[in-house]
Structure formats: C-alpha cells, structure tokens
Design a binder for this molecule. Structure first.
Ligand SMILES: *[C@@H]1O[C@H](CO)[C@@H](O)[C@H](O)[C@H]1NC(C)=O
Ligand SMILES: *[C@@H]1O[C@H](CO)[C@@H](O)[C@H](O)[C@H]1NC(C)=O
Ligand SMILES: CC(=O)N[C@H]1CO[C@H](CO)[C@@H](O)[C@@H]1O
Length: 234
C-alpha cells in the first residue's frame, strides 16, 4: 500500500510546491500596506503622501508584477503630461513664433500668457530631467518585456548611485520661479516619487519572475507515468 503511493508523490509535490510559493508571494503582497511598502523607498514621507493619490487600479494591484506594470503606465502618462507642459512653456518663451501643431498646445497656449518671460533655470532643468526620465521609461524603445531589468538598472543609478539630485527635484521651484515653473516642478516631484515606488517594487518583481519561471520549468518535467506512456506510444 505504501509502496504503490510512492511513485506519484513527486509529480504531485512539485506543482503543489509551485502553488504554495506563488500563494505565499501573493499573500505577502496581495494588498499593499502603504507603510510597509513605503519603507522600501528612499523617501518614505513622500511615498506616504503619494500612495493615497494613486488611482485605484494602480494601488489595488494584486501582485508585484501588476503593481510594477501599472506604475510604469501611470508614470508614463504623468511624464507625458509634464513634458507637454514644459514644451508648451518653452514655446511661449522662445523668440521665434512657436509652431502650434496640435489642438492640445493651442488650448494650453491660451492660458500660457502668464509665462511670457525668458525660460527660467527651473523650466530648463525640469524640461531636461523630464526628458531623461522619459528616456529611462521608454528604454530606447526596446520590447516591453525586456525593459524591467534595464529600467531597474537605470533607476538604481538614479536613486542609489550617489549622484546629486537633479536641480528640478532639489532646488525647484525657488524664489525666481514663475507660477508655471512651480507647477512643473511640483509635477516633476510627483513623478520622482512614482519612480521611487517603481524602484522599490522592481527587485521583488524581478526576483519573483526568476523564481516562478524556474518553478514552471520544473513542473514541466514529465512525471514517470507520462514519460512511460510517451515511450510506449508507437
Ligand atoms: C486606470 O483606470 C483609468 C480609468 O478607469 C484608465 O484610464 C487607466 O488607463 C487605468 N490605468 C491602468 C494603469 O490600468
Ligand atoms: C526640452 O526637452 C526636450 C526633450 O528632452 C529637448 O529635446 C529640448 O531640447 C529641451 N528644450 C530646451 C529649451 O532645453
Ligand atoms: C536612458 C537609458 O536607457 N539609460 C541607460 C539605461 O541602462 C542601459 C543599460 O545599463 C544603458 O545602456 C542606457 O544608456
């Protein structure tokens, strides 16, 4: 009796183990506790402020992969908004007449009259840094599924590389800033915190990916029964 049940346990145990491992990960991260999550960021106070502002479909992500993907999407939208604003502001400060190509900028331009000053240092530095962030997120337009480790490397440099913070983050807005520059800098500070959140979830997401692909690989080893059937099939 004991002997006959010995052949199958291995084929049962591996999928079960896989199930247990994935359940444990989801269980640990299924609903994100802002305090626990933010403790992994470089700026806990900013994280705690930003977390409640995340749209439900971002903050209620079921696991690290989902949270990472939704954060990237949300952050890309915010970055696009910020770069559009910076571009529109720069357009109104240049001497040459701005090329107004879309309705979006036509609308923006209408309420941009207050920015008709030479481009301030915060406008220039925020515009540059927002461009750098956009480059990191789009990752040279590599395939989506190849991006996470590259984004992780670049964010690690940004947050843990020991470099000084970009001026837009550390010194903007200042007393010389226009109202528009203050808005832009505030938008950038929000994006910076989103990047910090992303960098907090990325190592966990990446290590899970390695683990689950390893486990999946193991469960694909055919059980002795299946192997025997395949071997005897003419
Ligand atoms: C979240 O929901 C909003 C509106 O319901 C949608 O526009 C947005 O694309 C969603 N974001 C993500 C990351 O799924
Ligand atoms: C603003 O940023 C964009 C994107 O990085 C860049 O191409 C452009 O030259 C910048 N504008 C100025 C005035 O620095
Ligand atoms: C913007 C960007 O993608 N920067 C760097 C990210 O990391 C890769 C690999 O380390 C670099 O090749 C990119 O230049």
């Amino acid at each position: 009796m004991a002997g006959s049940s010995l052949a199958s346990p291995l084929s049962l145990v591996l999928p079960l183990l896989f199930l247990l491992v994935t359940t444990a990960i989801r269980g640990a991260t299924g609903s994100y506790n802002p305090k626990a999550f933010c403790s992994k960021t470089t700026d806990v106070a900013s994280c705690l402020k930003v977390f409640p502002t995340l749209p439900d479909n971002v903050s209620k992500a079921q696991d690290n992969q989902e949270l990472y993907k939704r954060l990237v999407r949300y952050c890309s939208i915010k970055t696009y908004e910020a770069s559009s604003l910076a571009e529109a502001m720069i357009a109104t400060t240049t001497v040459a007449p701005a090329i107004v190509s879309t309705n979006f900028f036509k609308e923006k331009k209408a309420d941009m009259t207050m920015f008709k000053t030479p481009p301030g240092k915060c406008l220039l530095s925020c515009n540059k840094t927002i461009g750098d962030v956009d480059d990191i997120l789009t990752c040279g337009h590599t395939y989506m599924e190849d991006r996470p480790p590259i984004i992780h490397q670049n964010l690690t440099v940004l947050f843990h590389g020991g470099y000084p913070l970009p001026l837009c983050k550390s010194g903007c807005p200042d007393r010389s800033s226009s109202e528009g520059e203050a808005v832009l800098a505030t938008k950038f500070n929000y994006i910076w915190t989103l990047l910090d959140l992303m960098e907090a979830v990325l190592p966990e997401y990446l290590s899970e990916e390695t683990m689950t692909s390893g486990a999946k690989h193991k469960t694909m080893i055919p059980s002795p029964d299946v192997a025997a059937t395949v071997a005897t099939t003419p």
